[in-house]
Design a protein around this ligand. Structure first.
Ligand code: WT7
Length: 647
């Protein structure tokens, strides 16, 4: 069956940076013919204190990559100071506070002062170039000031998502050897308070952290340890607003950001200054078709890479007005995003499919209550977006007027690599479409042989570096080399499976580490999941393998029942869905067990924690690991009970 094509919209094309598919193709072709020339020109979008001598050096065999060698610049200067001449009074940050209807606007001039003062506070407490600083702050402007203050003085920030537990925070502080931590007394999200300072106290007990700088978000008092803990409100007024920038080498570290791998120990992805900044700026402008004056609303958290690249560095480097959203999509009701869009007149909106699915479930009413006429581009990130959700985003949220861009990338890639361009790419809902100019994806089979031509599926790799690529895993270059460059020599391996369809469109099929081997047959869990959700009895599904006496691995499917299954006995739902999988894929893909569940264990960024589902599927209820990073930890207990009941 041919996939429906959603054409580009003439009114968007009319003013787009890349205004036709032919223009995109020409740009992409030219970029691959002369990558070094292409990136040398792109690099001129940032301000260099000293121009670079050499565009790129790369040796994938040794996992060594360097960009813009010999160049000197400062990310904070590029995101703040250089805008003062032209747009000092323009709003840099709109803080949409948790309390509905409350906003604070920070101009570039004010941003410059806040960042300078905080940079001087960091200096006062001994932070020097190259030192790592932990930022454990909620979605308040201080989080952005802190990132840019570190960048200003050459310190390396390590932002830890303010929903992580004390144990997770402790591991990250220890791994990066941070001596200074920035936090808040409490966070505020969806009307609930989060005891951040208390968590920090617990996390750093016994660690050599000498200074904790505390922002005040709520009126609640918090114990302060004499000599270690300081209120920012006391320290900031003691410092000058002016802080000279440290000119950094292009390859000096900018930040470290932890991602979970397949093993327990989180990996500190290290990004450097020149390449990362050029790439964040380039992709922000191109993918969201940003232009001066646009209000950019990325609803992610600064604790994830999406927040780093598309709330802070990309938009601010380009001189945008960026929205910092402290709340949740459902607070006080399912219309919150659209209320904010109207209030701040956002032109660009960027969120994750998981949020969209939650909203779709509530229906169209809360969307239609708001005008949304300012919107032009809608983005999606983090997981494959199911075609129905894509279509709803396009038809209902975007009123069929906006471009929808499904953007594929990773913490490791620093910025978007595969995505539609608003004015150029006819979309197939569910496909991330095509690589950006400068990006060369490649599919290989399990032996590492390249799959050429269209209509192929394989492991998604990248041939050749791009400036935003992570340079190493902090303190573990061997692991970096092993994880990304050893599997397919000469290529960067993403860990994702991907199909390039007959028309050359890329479809990310999910992590290949989730591939099952059932009686000698390789089956993608994502494949089985999409079969399940193709039936109206199933709203969402997560499939894992479990040890099976005869087949090696059996198939276990957790499903959230769809509206159509209301009142239908669970046994019948299971039977029908098994039949669906047999029909859509093959009898060999039939789940051994289907368990109807009220919800799935997900991280706050929307990723399903399959590790937990696998443990439950193998009846291993006692080793579920750390549940503190889950959006709704209580679903795990319900899933365990359901599993026990069905044995
Ligand atoms: C993994 C990276 C990139 C910021 C958020 C996640 C999956 C990401 C898409 C997409 C299908 C996607 C991939 C990737 N992913 N975007 N548009 N379509 N899958 O960053 O936590 O580093 O996760 O998320 O599996 O490898 P991350």
């Amino acid at each position: 069956m041919a996939d429906a094509l959603v054409p580009t919209k003439p009114h968007i094309q009319a003013r787009a940076h890349v205004a036709s598919f032919a223009a995109y193709e020409a740009l992409h072709r030219a970029s691959l013919a002369d990558p070094s020339g292409f990136w040398r020109r792109q690099a001129q979008r940032v301000t260099w204190f000293r121009q670079f001598d050499e565009t790129v050096q790369q040796d994938f065999a040794r996992a060594e990559v360097a960009w813009f060698l010999g160049g000197k610049l400062n990310a904070s200067y590029n995101c703040v100071d250089r805008h003062l001449a032209e747009r000092a009074e323009q709003t840099a940050i709109v803080w949409a506070k948790d309390e509905p209807g409350q906003y604070e606007r920070i101009s570039y001039r004010q941003l410059h002062e806040h960042v300078g003062r905080l940079a001087n506070v960091l200096r006062r407490f001994g932070v020097r170039k190259g030192d790592r600083v932990c930022i454990y702050l909620p979605m308040m402007p201080e989080a952005v000031y802190a990132m840019l203050a570190c960048a200003r003085i050459g310190a390396v920030h390590s932002v830890v998502f303010a929903g992580f537990s004390a144990d997770a925070l402790r591991d990250r502080i220890a791994d990066a050897d941070c001596r200074v931590v920035l936090t808040a007394n409490e966070g505020l999200r969806g009307g609930k308070t989060i005891p951040l300072k208390k968590t920090v106290d617990e996390a750093i007990a016994g660690l050599p952290v000498h200074t904790v700088l505390v922002a005040q978000r709520t009126a609640t008092a918090t114990p302060m340890q004499q000599g270690r803990d300081r209120w920012l409100a006391d320290e900031l007024p003691k410092q000058r607003a002016c802080c000279p920038v440290e000119w950094m080498d292009s390859e000096d570290p900018l930040f470290v950001l932890y991602t979970s791998g397949s093993t327990g120990k989180p990996k500190g992805q290290l990004h450097t200054t020149g390449g990362y900044l050029v790439y964040a700026s380039y992709t922000h402008e191109l993918v969201f078709d940003w232009r001066p004056g646009d209000v950019h609303f990325c609803a992610a958290d600064v604790g994830w890479v999406t927040g780093h690249s598309y709330i802070v560095y990309g938009p601010l480097c380009n001189g945008a007005t960026t929205v910092l959203f402290e709340s949740t999509p459902l607070h006080p009701d399912a219309g919150r995003y659209w209320q904010v869009v109207d209030d701040v007149q956002a032109n660009i909106f960027y969120t994750a499919p998981t949020a969209l699915r939650a909203l779709l479930r509530v229906g169209d009413e809360p969307v239609k209550k708001h005008a949304r006429t300012s919107l032009r581009v809608l983005g999606s990130v983090g997981e494959p977006i199911n075609p129905e959700v894509w279509q709803w985003y396009h038809d209902v949220v975007g009123d069929k007027r906006c471009a929808v861009v499904d953007t594929w990338w990773q913490t490791e890639t620093g910025g978007i690599l595969i995505s539609a361009l608003p004015g150029a790419t006819p979309c197939k809902p569910g496909s991330a479409t095509f690589p950006l100019p400068g990006v060369r994806p490649l599919l290989v089979d399990d032996q590492g042989k390249e799959l050429v031509g269209n209509g192929v599926s394989g492991n998604l790799c990248l041939a050749g570096s791009w400036p935003g690529q992570a340079r190493t895993i902090l303190n573990d270059h061997a692991r970096f080399q092993q994880t990304y460059f050893a599997m397919y020599p000469g290529l960067y391996f993403t860990g994702d499976g991907c199909r390039r369809d007959e028309d050359g469109y890329y479809w990310i099929t999910g992590r290949v580490d989730d591939v099952l081997n059932v009686a000698g047959h390789r089956l993608g869990t994502a494949e089985i999941e999409s079969a399940l959700v193709s039936h109206e009895f199933c709203a969402e599904a997560a499939v894992v393998g479990f040890p099976h006496d005869l087949k090696g691995q059996g198939i276990y499917a957790y499903v959230i029942a769809g509206k159509a299954a209301e009142g239908v006995p669970a046994a019948e739902v299971e039977a029908v869905l098994k039949q669906v999988v047999r029909k859509v894929i093959s009898p060999i893909a039939t789940p051994d067990r289907i368990q109807v569940v009220p919800g799935l264990p997900k991280t706050r960024s929307g990723k399903i924690m399959r590790r937990i589902l696998r443990k439950v599927a193998e009846a291993n209820y006692t080793e579920l690991g750390d549940l503190s990073t889950l959006a709704e930890p209580q679903v795990v207990e319900q899933i365990v009970q359901g599993h026990k009941a069905g044995r």
